[in-house]
Write a protein that binds this ligand. Structure first.
Ligand SMILES: [Zn+2]
Length: 267
């Protein structure tokens, strides 16, 4: 079994403030870098308990250089930094993988489930919709897995995200690390969180994965509302894009790769 784990940081247990996820603020960051690593390790251990032969881990937060590699099992390949490929947080994901998992993911832009809620860029994007569904990083990258027929079997992050995941795909196993309330979080204990991640990942991978493969629609209509009207104007010059109002751009395609390409060049 070949497993892919995409790891973000804003949904790691207890993360509450931007200082805690920014390497340039070591006083706050180091504790959560360690916790992020421990939660990835728990997911890897869970996958290995289920018989994983190969695990690819994408460090998918900010610099892409957060996870402490020494702590991970020997069958892990760790992807650090950003290649510039449109698949972004699931770079190198293809048909050869048996399962995708997401660890430390978070609520989307325009929602209140996490003090750090955003989609791809907290400074540039107000909201993203795909086919009228408000869109998170989970949904954006989950659709890449769908294109390749890879089941999305497990997601951990804040409770708001877990609710979204259940709405999109009830067969996907979720683990809520915390509840976001305004600018605060109410979280479970880190050790309990790690133990639950390991157990749930094993159970999820041993179960029937076929229900975790999404069906792709015929067409994708991407609509991005930018924070600044200048960003929308610029993005509207991407080939095929259309300016809907001063801050909103729409882009339609039948190939999901083109959605991610649009995101790469306009966000
Ligand atoms: Zn992040």
């Amino acid at each position: 079994m070949k497993v892919y784990i995409s790891v973000d940081m804003e949904g790691i247990t207890g993360v509450t403030h931007w200082d805690e996820v920014e390497h340039k603020k070591p006083a706050a960051y180091i504790q959560f870098q360690e916790r992020m690593t421990q939660e990835v390790l728990a997911a890897c251990n869970g996958a290995n308990d289920a018989g994983a032969k190969e695990i690819w881990v994408k460090d998918a937060h900010y610099s892409g250089r957060n996870i402490l590699a020494e702590r991970l099992p020997s069958n892990v390949r760790l992807i650090r930094g950003w290649s510039g490929h449109p698949y972004s947080m699931v770079q190198e994901l293809d048909d050869s993988f048996d399962a995708l998992m997401m660890v430390g993911y978070h609520s989307m832009a325009g929602q209140g489930g996490n003090p750090l809620a955003h989609t791809m860029s907290s400074s540039k994007i107000d909201t993203v919709f795909i086919n009228d569904q408000q869109t998170s990083e989970f949904f954006l990258h989950g659709n890449i897995a769908a294109k390749h027929g890879v089941p999305l079997v497990f997601v951990s992050g804040d409770a708001g995200l877990c609710e979204e995941v259940q709405g999109v795909c009830p067969s996907t196993t979720t683990h809520a690390t915390m509840v976001g309330v305004g600018d605060s979080t109410i979280s479970i204990q880190p050790e309990e969180s790690r133990n639950t991640i390991q157990k749930k990942v094993t159970q999820a991978l041993k179960g029937d994965l076929s229900g975790c493969v999404w069906k792709h629609p015929e067409m994708f209509v991407l609509r991005i509302r930018y924070i600044k009207q200048q960003s929308a104007y610029k993005a509207s010059h991407y080939n095929g894009a259309e300016l809907i109002d001063a801050k909103t751009v729409q882009f339609e395609t039948d190939d999901y790769d083109e959605i991610m390409r649009f995101m790469l060049f306009t966000v």
